[in-house]
Ligand binder design. Structure first.
Ligand code: NAD
Length: 419
């Protein structure tokens, strides 16, 4: 079943590519070559558990396309990781990096493991062994991994240390999302949420008359959702609904984001926020607001609830929160959806700033890094908006975003003689 689901993620991505290819007038040979990763590395990772027993895991790194630069994308640890999933995610990274005009191709990696079942020592062993297995294919000008689901700055520190030990090459720019002491930037922690808020503001200006006093509902109060809420609130928006896996709370007078986080930290859930009405996640998504930011899981807006959504603007904080059916319903209803490959790209833009800073000898301040991220997100939004208006107005923003991204990769491949 998992195999089927993940292969369908890859199939879905290929379908989207072909649809966009048709709009761009690309031939089948071009689309076929664009859909295949350039290299997939599959490795067996064996560790000695703290109980003395051998534990074996499979890991992958998919390097989808390097026409625009070294491969870039995260590495995740999850029991459902498959080769197909990693391939699909690496293709998405190619489009995301292209859309944001980053000097990168697309890559993604993963280990099929439930990290909750490993001790910290076992996780360190697993991480170091993964690098031992794939280090030849990594490098700050070759392939630059970053954290993803269930990996963090500590994982990157183990990766970096192992890479330096094996290669003797003290190059901090091989990994991003590192601890600050190892060349990481403080801004990386909140760069995705900052990017979501920046894009929501630009989109609100264009489509719903501005961000000031706009009523916003955010599903998910984790890294992306919390920081998006915080920055949106700083911009003058009113956060009227938030949620986590236990449920949500609605307060028409506005939720104090800092207080909500304190309550989540103390009690384990935002549902204990004292002022307001408790709701389920299903109710939250269809509650009254101007902007909806799904920032938790994929496929939460689908053909069942799409007709009931009240927001006029949806900004995808999570990856894939709308199904293809929901996309079509939104298009028919005139609800604007800012797609994930733009809306949540602040994370990889933050990674880019960290990489560039490492390459330049750590000369960018936190404020400078923040400005670079905001400017890059704003420019990408405005480029997409203009392109959509001029070339693909009958289609949704997602299709236009992919078309822009694919077109740039194709032009680079042609210039290099690869097509
Ligand atoms: P996180 O684990 O920090 O937070 C996830 C939040 O979603 C938590 O508040 C959790 O309680 C909530 N949640 C879980 N199950 C839920 C459910 N059934 N209903 C409602 N809420 C639920 O994760 P994150 O890093 O904030 O990532 C969220 C999404 O954003 C994911 O799709 C991720 O792939 C995407 N994303 C994250 C980043 C990043 O830099 N963190 C970058 C790009 C995309």
């Amino acid at each position: 079943m998992e195999e089927v689901l993940s292969s369908s993620l890859y199939t879905q991505q290929v379908k989207k590519l072909y649809k966009v290819g048709e709009l761009l007038g690309l031939d089948n040979e071009t689309l076929e070559t664009l859909s295949q990763p350039e290299r997939i590395i599959q490795v067996k990772i064996q560790i000695r558990g703290s109980d003395g027993k051998l534990k074996t895991f499979m890991g992958w790194r998919s390097q989808h396309n390097s026409a625009l630069g070294p491969y870039k994308g995260g590495i995740r640890y999850h029991p459902n990781v498959t080769q197909d999933e990693v391939e699909a995610l690496s293709m998405i990274m190619t489009w995301k990096n292209s859309l944001l005009l980053l000097p990168y191709g697309g890559g993604k990696g993963g280990i099929r493991v439930d990290p909750k079942k490993l001790t910290k020592e076992e996780l360190e062993q697993l991480s170091r062994k993964f690098i031992q297995a794939i280090y030849k294919y990594l490098g700050s000008e070759l392939d630059i991994p970053a954290p993803d689901v269930n990996t963090d700055s500590q994982t990157m520190a183990w990766y970096l240390d192992e890479y330096i030990k094996i290669t003797g090459n003290v190059d901090f720019a091989v990994f991003t999302g590192k601890p600050v002491e190892l060349g990481g930037i403080g801004v990386r922690l909140y760069s995705t949420g900052l990017g979501v808020a920046t894009i929501a503001k630009e989109a609100a200006n264009k489509f719903i008359g501005g961000i000031e006093e706009a009523r916003v509902i955010i599903q998910g109060f984790g890294n992306v959702g919390y920081y998006a809420a915080k920055f949106l609130s700083d911009m003058g928006a009113k956060i009227v609904g938030i949620s986590d896996s236990k449920g949500g709370v609605i307060n028409e007078n506005g939720i104090d984001v800092g207080k909500a986080m304190e309550i989540k930290e103390k009690t384990g859930s935002v549902t204990n926020y004292p002022e307001g009405r408790k709701v389920t996640n299903e109710e939250l998504l269809i509650s009254d607001c101007n902007i909806l930011v799904p920032a938790a899981l994929e496929n939460v807006i689908n053909k069942f609830n799409a007709p009931k959504i009240k927001a006029k603007l949806i900004v995808e904080g999570a990856n894939g929160p709308l199904t293809a059916d929901a996309d079509e319903i939104m298009r028919q209803r005139g609800i604007v959806v800012v797609p994930d490959i733009l809306a949540n790209a602040g994370g990889v833009v933050g990674s880019y700033v960290e990489w560039a800073n490492n390459k330049m000898g750590q000369i960018i301040s936190d404020e400078g890094a923040k400005k670079l991220i905001v400017d890059r997100m704003n420019n990408a939004f405005n480029t997409l908006y203009d392109y959509h208006q001029k070339k693909l107005e009958d289609h949704d923003l997602r299709t236009a975003a992919m078309a822009l991204a694919v077109d740039r990769v194709v032009r680079a491949m042609k210039a290099r003689g690869l097509l």
